[in-house]
Ligand binder design. Structure first.
Ligand SMILES: Cc1cc2nc3c(=O)[nH]c(=O)nc-3n(C[C@H](O)[C@H](O)[C@H](O)COP(=O)(O)O)c2cc1C
Ligand SMILES: CC(C)CC(=O)C(=O)O
Length: 365
């Protein structure tokens, strides 16, 4: 028997062993030459810590509040599509794990389990991610169903007017699973025989004319707070503030959309500075260690979201696998805080990390 994983990276290999190649490639892959995918991880590895000593760390409190909801640690579950391709229990298992770990799950608009199945399976705080279709009436129905079923926020993904070029999906002719949420609303059939069926579906149905006007429309159909996911520049961060959204998620979609989009951790501070405390800023992309969470917080994020590790945990061990992934990251964050002299999240400051830039400017610290 394979030894139990001791860190979240080790779940990736377990997932690779159990998943059909087509699905594993879909989950693991990025756009084109996958530079952004790699850089999301490597940019974290270039940031070093500045630990402080002789501080009482006998009690560590990792809890925080996101849009008023208290969670046990600043580690949330990113929206990822088609989770039943990873495990038969799909998003229901992930939601139960989120509840057990006392964190927030963001359910993908392209989930395989329904909004109702997920909401009746546990009492986790859940946010609902939205893609905007040309058929906005369908989106409105889904958002309203999510609101009725107790979802607490809408996460509007803004980096996918079109799908990035994921070449392994093209080669594998990636399938497009049927989604029960949309039964009777939209057909999942696509004409093309070749290439990725997901790509063909998106080409046909996603609204690539989406613009800032969509936020007004979204407000007209729901009273839920709106987070924008996929912001990478100070310019767009300022526009998000002006648009009056409730928060920003700095994200490059896990390197799956625009290759050569910057690593999220490398632009986090730019976005945080532009926002100037007016909105909470979250970040995702490449978070694989508690030290990564710590670095993101030191650079101004309120919390991180985790995508692929959750899928790998789910594929390898279902709900327990997702719990292990979140628990591992929490345990690693706890020890990082203890060894850096930070008993609470408020103690984590910009001075606890040095970036490449700081290395050249030590006198600033
Ligand atoms: C298999 C997969 C499916 C995804 N599906 C969605 C989705 O449906 N909606 C969305 O906004 N983001 C989606 N994402 C992006 C994630 O929410 C997140 O931004 C990204 O995975 C973070 O990077 P990480 O995987 O390195 O943690 C998906 C990512 C993966 C890997
Ligand atoms: C339907 C897809 C666009 C889901 C997604 O966001 C992804 O695969 O990255």
């Amino acid at each position: 028997m394979a030894p139990e994983p001791v860190n979240v990276n080790e779940f990736q290999e377990l997932a690779r062993q159990v998943l059909p190649k087509m699905y594993y490639d879909y989950y693991a892959g990025g756009a084109e030459d996958q530079n952004t995918l790699k850089e999301n991880i490597e940019a974290f590895q270039r940031i070093w810590l500045r630990p402080r000593v002789l501080i009482d760390v006998s009690r560590i409190d990792m809890s925080t509040t996101i849009l008023g909801y208290k969670i046990s640690a600043p580690i949330m579950i990113a929206p990822t599509a088609y989770q039943q391709l990873a495990h038969p229990e799909g998003e229901v298992a992930t939601a139960r794990a989120a509840a057990a770990c006392d964190t927030i799950m963001v359910l993908s608009f392209r989930s395989t389990c329904t909004v109702e199945e997920v909401s009746s399976s546990c009492d986790a705080v859940r946010f609902f991610q939205l893609y905007v279709y040309k058929r906005r009436d369908i989106c409105a129905q889904l958002v309203q169903r999510a609101e009725r079923n107790g979802f607490k926020a809408v996460v509007l993904t803004v980096d996918t007017p079109r799908i990035g070029r994921r070449e392994s999906d093209t080669k594998n002719k990636m399938i497009q699973p049927k989604l029960k949420n949309f039964e009777g609303l939209i057909s999942s059939e696509v004409d093309s025989q070749d290439g990725s069926k997901i790509e063909a579906f998106i080409k046909k149905n996603f609204d690539d004319s989406l613009s800032w006007e969509a936020i007004g429309w979204l407000r007209s159909i729901t009273s839920l707070p709106i987070l924008l996911k996929g912001i990478l520049t100070r310019e767009d961060a300022r526009k998000a503030v002006e648009a009056g959204v409730a928060g920003i998620i700095v994200s490059n979609h896990g390197g799956r959309q625009l290759d050569y989009a910057p690593a999220t951790i490398s632009v986090l501070e730019e976005v945080v500075e532009a926002v100037g405390g007016r909105l909470p800023v979250l970040v995702d992309g490449g978070v694989r260690r508690g030290t990564d969470v710590f670095k993101a917080l030191a650079l101004g994020a309120q919390a991180v979201l985790v995508g692929r590790p959750v899928i790998y945990g789910l594929a390898a061990k279902g709900e327990n696998g997702v719990r292990s992934v979140i628990d591992m990251l929490k345990n690693e964050l706890e020890i990082t805080m203890a060894l850096s002299g930070c008993p609470t999240l408020k103690h984590i400051t910009r001075n606890h990390v040095m970036t490449h830039h700081d290395n050249l400017n030590f006198s600033k610290l």
